[in-house]
Design a binder for this molecule. Structure first.
Ligand SMILES: Cc1ncc(C[n+]2csc(CCOP(=O)(O)OP(=O)(O)O)c2C)c(N)n1
Ligand SMILES: [Mg+2]
Length: 276
């Protein structure tokens, strides 16, 4: 069993505790993107003692509302203290706000206003290319986020400049804030749209499976002359039937009863994985 698969369920519990401590959070998208962020960070060249190292790999959480999972993963990597996150998350005057804030170690960009992360990532990747640096840039977007026009301008630029150290990932959970993405703003041929801008597109059938994600990230890293896009088909609210595929869990504060159900479901799933 891949240890990351188990760690994902331990960190789901951390995310739940962060959300409850702060009085609410974007739990649905946190859960769909847990394996993505964990797997990306497991291979990134980053050092918590040198968070501004010019040669570090960069991760941009363009779907910034899912900061709780980023906090949990950054704490796991040694950038942040989980206890401090829980004590300060969403409190008045705190840096640990409900969206990424780049005064915190390991956070590259203030995000939350959707549609900007890919543009900034293109700038980072282009700067790296011009400076002759080998760092890679990873950007995680939501599928609802793709309704923002700025995403497509950035996609065009990335293809034009052949930014092969740029890897964008779409958390393709099929839901955005108010319902199914295909009802709110249909995507049509998503892979074809990126391919037409010169991207190498990789589909991951189960974007909550760390082995499939690792293979896709290997393929992206081996791709030369083109940026890579990973379309990760995930489940929003992954980890408990209570919230899976339910748009109303996009942002939610679990009740004490719901907390207990989620806690038990995460623990049970972890046990199952340990015995697989
Ligand atoms: C520019 C902008 N418009 C609207 C919002 C409000 N908003 C927050 S999350 C969200 C839905 C995002 O859906 P998706 O990208 O699919 O995220 P996920 O399903 O992964 O949570 C919206 C519309 C925002 N943050 N930024
Ligand atoms: Mg979505």
């Amino acid at each position: 069993m891949n240890p990351l698969a188990i760690r994902a369920y331990e960190l789901r519990q951390d995310v739940l505790d962060i959300i409850v401590s702060g009085g609410g959070g974007h739990i649905g998208g946190d859960m769909s993107s847990m394996e993505i962020m964990l797997t990306v960070y497991s291979r990134m060249h980053v050092d918590p003692t040198r968070p501004k190292d010019p040669d570090r790999d960069r991760f941009v959480l363009s779907k910034g509302h899912c900061v709780e999972t980023l906090y949990a993963v950054l704490a796991d990597k040694g950038f942040l203290s989980l206890e401090e996150v829980k004590a300060k998350f969403s409190r008045f005057g705190s840096e640990y706000i409900g969206h990424p804030h780049n005064t915190l170690p390991g956070i590259e960009m203030n995000s939350g206003s959707l549609g900007h992360g890919l543009s900034v990532s293109v700038g980072m990747a282009l700067a790296g290319k011009m400076d002759g640096r080998a760092y890679r840039v990873y950007t995680l977007m939501g599928d609802g986020e793709l309704a923002e026009g700025s995403v497509w301008e950035a996609a065009m630029a990335a293809g034009h400049y052949r930014l092969d150290r740029l890897c964008a990932i779409i958390d393709r959970n099929g839901l955005q804030i108010s319902g199914p993405t295909e009802e709110v703003m249909a995507h049509g041929d998503l892979a074809g749209r990126f391919t037409s801008f010169g991207w190498h597109v990789i589909e991951v059938a189960d974007g909550n499976n760390v082995d499939q994600l690792e293979r896709a990230l290997d393929e992206a890293e081996a791709t030369q002359g083109r940026p890579s896009l990973i379309i990760a088909h995930t489940v929003k609210g992954k980890g408990s039937a209570l919230m899976e595929n339910k748009a109303e869990w996009h942002h939610h504060l679990p009740t004490p009863e719901e907390y207990e159900i989620l806690r038990a479901d995460f623990a049970r799933r972890k046990e199952e994985l340990l015995h697989e």
